[in-house]
Ligand binder design. Structure first.
Ligand SMILES: [Zn+2]
Length: 185
């Protein structure tokens, strides 16, 4: 990202909405916005292999592993406004376990891009499947979208739930039911 160019664009945006980018409170705003966007879109510069960094452990376990309530913050690609909420992940390992902090890192890698919630959910599930070779993976996202809450229909208490299930989570009703029970759905 070219910071200087982005700062110029934000100053231009401020002028177009009727603001004065030179007034005291806004003088540093273009630079702050540029840095914020750099952070919020850092996922574009990351790749799965580096994020996981070999933190895959061999274990005999075939029991379902659940990680609930991972905080998630992303930007909708339609309005560049935030959506945020919780991510629940379950998987049944095939002798390979992923360090728990790596689950959160995978979530952040995909959330820090412009997204729609459905694709974000699928990308997280696919990535976990890819790095662990799991028997099955389930991911559920429950998010609130600022583009819905602040503008448009202004529905402030609605949230969107999306899920992606792979392998045994897709094929076996009992596995899927166990997953949904464990995440409290
Ligand atoms: Zn939106």
């Amino acid at each position: 990202m070219n910071d200087t160019r982005v700062e110029q664009l934000i100053a231009e945006l401020l002028r177009e909405i009727g603001e004065d980018p030179a007034r005291e409170g806004l003088q540093k705003t273009p630079a702050r916005v540029a840095q914020a966007f750099k952070f919020l879109t850092a996922g574009y510069g990351q790749e799965l292999r580096a994020v996981v960094n070999d933190a895959v452990f061999t274990a005999a376990s075939h029991d379902m592993i659940i990680c609930r309530d991972i905080e998630i913050y992303s930007l909708c690609e339609h309005h560049l406004l935030p959506f945020y909420g919780k991510c629940h992940i379950g998987y049944i390992p095939r002798q390979k376990l992923l360090g728990i902090s790596k689950l959160a890192r995978i979530v952040n890698m995909f959330a820090r891009r412009l997204q729609i919630q459905e694709r974000l959910t699928a990308q997280i599930a696919d990535a976990i499947q890819q790095v662990t070779g799991a028997v099955g993976v389930g991911v559920v996202l429950e998010c609130r979208h600022m583009c819905m809450m602040m503008r448009g229909v202004e529905k402030q208490n609605s949230s969107l739930t999306t899920s992606s299930v792979l392998g045994s989570f897709r094929d076996e009703l009992s596995t899927r039911t166990e997953f949904l029970d464990l995440i409290g759905r």
